[in-house]
Ligand binder design. Sequence first.
Ligand SMILES: O=C(O)CCC(=O)C(=O)O
Length: 287
Amino acid sequence: MARTDPFVVSNALLDDADKVREQAQRDGYLYFRGLIDAESIYNLRQDFLEICHRHGWAQGGEALMEGVRTGGPFMEGDEGYWPVLDEFQRLESFHAFAHHPAILNACDTLFGESTLVHPRNIGRIMFPENTKYTTPAHQDYIHIRGTEETYTGWIPLGACAKELGGLSVLAGSHRGGVYPVKPAPGAGGLGIDTAPLETDGLRWVGGDYEVGDALFFHSHTVHKALPNQSPDRIRLSVDYRYQGCSKPVTEGSLLPHFNRMSWDEIYKGWASAKYQYYWHAFDLNRV
Ligand SMILES: O=C(O)CCC(=O)C(=O)O
């Protein structure tokens, strides 16, 4: 397998918008160490794991936060996956987390205008012993469309060493436009053959994520997950999408992931209306 280089860490650039954009334009990604406070990460991790435990997927009690797998494996699209995914979708904390001030600060700096957070938020549960369904190399643009200047924020809910299957990106691949795809197992169901890009000198970058680390990448940046090779740990992560508020956005990005429930159903029982239909306050450029 091709060697993976370490992520370039961009924390030191955050006070200089030009440098942030330069790095994003050069490599197609931004990686920040400890961008998000550990408490916010652990709170959402706990919310996710309590749901997993109630459904028999994860050990409870004192071991809850370890994310030890007791059920599955399940994959997006499996009948058995929906009850857990639907509960994730209803979590106020999951949607609120997408608006974490540290994330919005980084994105406002990158976009040079207010950030539109897509409400189509995704929570992932990646099981061990399920490596066939490791997320294949792909670009997000074909799933999102709207502006190509949309960035995905990928954040593991806890430390995520390589063996647990973090995300890697093919640095600089965003400069080649949209690549041909073919059906592939794993999230999204479509994969790109990256061998020619690697032969052309593009390099995979990745590494061990620590608690609070966050990766952002351009919608044309090719990325993939590493296989979860831990003996018994679930990999939990969230991926959110961000763009400048003046840029085009599709209706699909304003719907819930998989669109299995209406927003009204999702919002039932929430303590606050702050993150409900918040995008209505923008004069959106809908396409
Ligand atoms: O977490 C994963 O395995 C897939 C994430 C992904 O492809 C994305 O965030 O676009």
